[in-house]
Design a protein around this ligand. Structure first.
Ligand code: XCC
Ligand code: SF4
Length: 657
């Protein structure tokens, strides 16, 4: 563990300024003692490029790269004549295309697995949730009644394949969008044909000298993003539920205290649940458990991180060690015997930290290798070969542990796994499962609106702080919060994913939470599971009383600590679906441009949602609440809320007597 030579020259890291996660802070302090560098240290030492930060440069051809002036965006054009609006919209488009590619490729892997399961070529996985299979099939017009499961599955496979490969027409899940929302998409040419086609089309447009009308580019951005949200991601979620089970509320533990000093600790980090599901089989294999015991361990401890962790947390209650900005820090404990990763959000920096602490780090997916890191490829036809081998390696590391171990003694409990099906059931009860009670409570004003708070953590802002402050402010204002990805782990660590957290909610939301016994913050899974939020929105519209399209609903979204291109795609599909979506940190855009105006106002005028940008959590909350109130007013339900608040005040007065 030699000190990096240039550590001294680098700007010192002030730990309390970069994270509010106590476990991560403890490990950062240890990392410094050990002379180990993390992304937090690199972020402190490296300023973001000011031109890129405002998206004022283009490198799409070698006449450039061209750099425009952020202070005077219309003062100059690129060598080809491209304006600031063209350059910004093309840069934005490439983020949307990349994010959509990441999610849809993940979804397509789930589709491959499903096909092989249905055809009987893969035996290690199965159709676990027949009810969900039938529901999904029915939702897109596949005949279900009186048919064999396999026949339904074959037809469903054929339909869902179109999500990716179809070259004309509309993707199957477009049917699930409310009619008015679909009409807005049709009007602006935003209904996806197939995800592959839309991503290709969008990338084509961003080539030098193709689409140079920023509004036209944005419509294709919407189309591509919808091919993710209502396409690639939705297929990933639905097929994962069908094959691995639909989440229902489960109590689980989060934070680094989930690691156990006397057990073999294995972390799975990434995005695709197939690896993790097989891992779950492997850790329950008696011969491997025996091997761990023979090595002196009390057992094998399987823990998740980031999105595949969030998915396993929701689906099976597997403990979760932390979000994106904690993946290096967790290895600083010295307690992680093996970490296996698949795709997305895997920092290359993990390799160096793993080396420092002797953690066995493995890549498993052909798409994601890291120089110098051992690769054990995961094959769905023989999944256990990979996952058993990871455990064997972890056991060897356990036996040879030589460095002192320091596990932060911090563990938080929460309830997770609120699939949209379960929200239905929870609010409506067994015999009348429906979103009616949710809509009723929104109409009568107990619940002011619903907010999706999602996305990453980012070392450019204080880890978890923006998520937690924002969510607290929202629930205090009677807004029910649904969460995915790394954001929900921030809230789980802050203790807000428990029914007891209802006391932090405003009086109306608190009453609903206490009646149902649910937390005011509902974790629904990984980032592809944002599609669950889309379905929930569509259901709210279908039940009635809250308008004809998603754009009419009193809802809003935020990714206050975002960092990945996938987050931008998610933002764009929420906006395209009608949701006001606010992004924090910083956004590569210049305020004084027509492109900015299009994102923050123009899209809404066309019937979509719109973007908002702000850094401060309280400012973000204010923007979301104002939007929700605007929608309530347009629906004519703002008066009901005033009455409810009076009722509450009266009652509190009575209670005080
Ligand atoms: Fe990655 Fe999905 Fe972002 Fe977390 S929230 S940092 S994308 S792991 Ni998806
Ligand atoms: Fe410059 Fe135009 Fe080439 Fe971009 S495409 S680098 S703006 S010349």
């Amino acid at each position: 563990m030699e000190k990096d030579k240039d550590t001294k020259e680098k700007q010192a890291l002030i730990i309390k300024d970069v994270t509010t996660c106590d476990a991560t802070a403890q490990m950062l302090a240890k990392a410094e003692r050990d002379g180990v560098e993390t992304a937090f240290h690199r972020a402190a030492a490296m300023k973001p490029c000011p031109i890129g930060a405002e998206s004022a440069c283009c490198k799409h051809c070698s006449m450039g790269p061209c750099r425009l002036v952020t202070k005077d965006p219309y003062g100059k054009v690129g060598i080809c004549g491209a304006t600031i609006d063209t350059i910004q919209s093309r840069n934005f488009a490439r983020m949307v295309a990349t994010g959509a590619a990441a999610h849809t490729d993940h979804g397509m892997n789930m589709l491959d697995l499903f096909r092989e399961v249905v055809n009987g070529n893969i035996k290690d996985y199965a159709i676990k949730d027949v009810f969900k299979l039938e529901e999904v099939a029915r939702s897109i017009g596949v005949e279900v009644d009186g048919r064999e499961v396999r026949d339904i599955a074959v037809d469903l496979y054929r339909e869902l394949e179109r999500t990716y490969t179809q070259v004309e027409g509309e993707i199957p899940f477009a049917k699930r969008a409310p009619q008015k929302t679909l009409e807005t998409w049709r009007k602006h040419g935003a209904v996806p044909r197939g995800a592959m086609r839309e991503i290709m089309d969008l990338l084509h447009r961003t080539h030098m000298g193709v689409d140079q009308d920023f509004e036209n580019i944005i419509h294709q951005c919407s189309r591509t993003a919808i091919a993710d949200g209502w396409g690639g991601s939705m297929v990933a979620t639905e097929l994962s539920d069908i094959m691995f089970g639909t989440p229902t509320p489960v109590k689980a533990e989060v934070n680094m205290g989930c690691l156990k000093e006397d057990e073999v600790n294995i972390i799975i980090h990434g995005h695709e649940p197939n690896l993790f599901e097989s891992m779950l089989d492997s850790v329950n294999d008696p011969s491997l458990i025996q091997a761990a015991r023979d090595a002196g361990a009390m057992g094998i401890n399987l823990v998740g991180m980031c999105c595949s962790g969030a998915e396993m947390l929701a689906r099976h209650g597997i403990p979760h060690a932390g979000n994106f900005m904690s993946t290096e820090a967790v290895m600083v404990t010295g307690a992680v015997d093996a970490m296996a990763v698949d795709v997305q959000c895997i920092k290359q920096g993990l390799a160096r930290v793993a080396e420092c602490y002797g953690t066995r780090l493995f890549t498993t997916n052909p798409r994601c290798r890291i120089e110098g890191v051992a690769h054990i490829e995961f094959h769905e036809h023989s999944p256990r070969e990979c996952t058993d081998s990871i455990i064997e390696n972890a056991i060897i590391r356990f036996k040879n542990r030589s460095l002192p171990i320091e596990i932060p003694k911090i563990k938080n409990t929460g309830i997770f796994g609120f699939s949209h099906e379960y929200i239905n059931y929870m609010l409506g009860g067994t015999f009348r499962a429906s979103y009616t009670p949710l809509n009723d409570n929104i109409i009568n004003g107990r619940i002011r609106g619903v907010a999706g708070v999602v996305g990453c953590t980012n070392p450019r802002v204080k880890q978890d702080w923006v998520h937690v402050e924002l969510v607290k402010e929202l629930i205090r204002n009677d807004i029910l919060v649904v969460q995915t990805g790394c954001s929900q782990i921030a809230l789980a660590k802050a203790g807000l994913c428990t029914p007891e957290a209802a006391h932090l909610a405003g009086p109306g939301l608190r009453e609903v939470c206490e009646t149902v016994g649910m937390p005011p913050v509902l974790g629904v899974g990984s980032c592809v599971d944002n599609s669950r939020i889309l379905i929930a929105c569509a259901e709210m519209v279908r039940i009635g009383g809250l308008g004809a399209g998603i754009a009419d609903l009193p809802v809003a979204g935020a990714a206050p600590e975002w960092m990945s291109e996938k987050a931008v795609t998610i933002g764009q599909y929420f906006v395209a679906s009608g949701v006001y979506t606010v992004f924090g940190v910083t956004f590569p855009i210049i305020k004084e441009t027509r492109f900015y105006r299009l994102l923050t106002e123009g899209l809404e005028e066309m019937g979509f949602g719109k973007w908002g940008f702000a850094v401060d959590p309280h400012e973000i909350a204010g923007m979301m609440i104002a939007h929700i109130d605007k929608k309530r007013k347009a629906l004519g339900i703002d008066k009901a809320r005033e009455r409810v608040l009076m009722d509450m005040a009266d009652r509190q007065k009575l209670e005080a007597v």
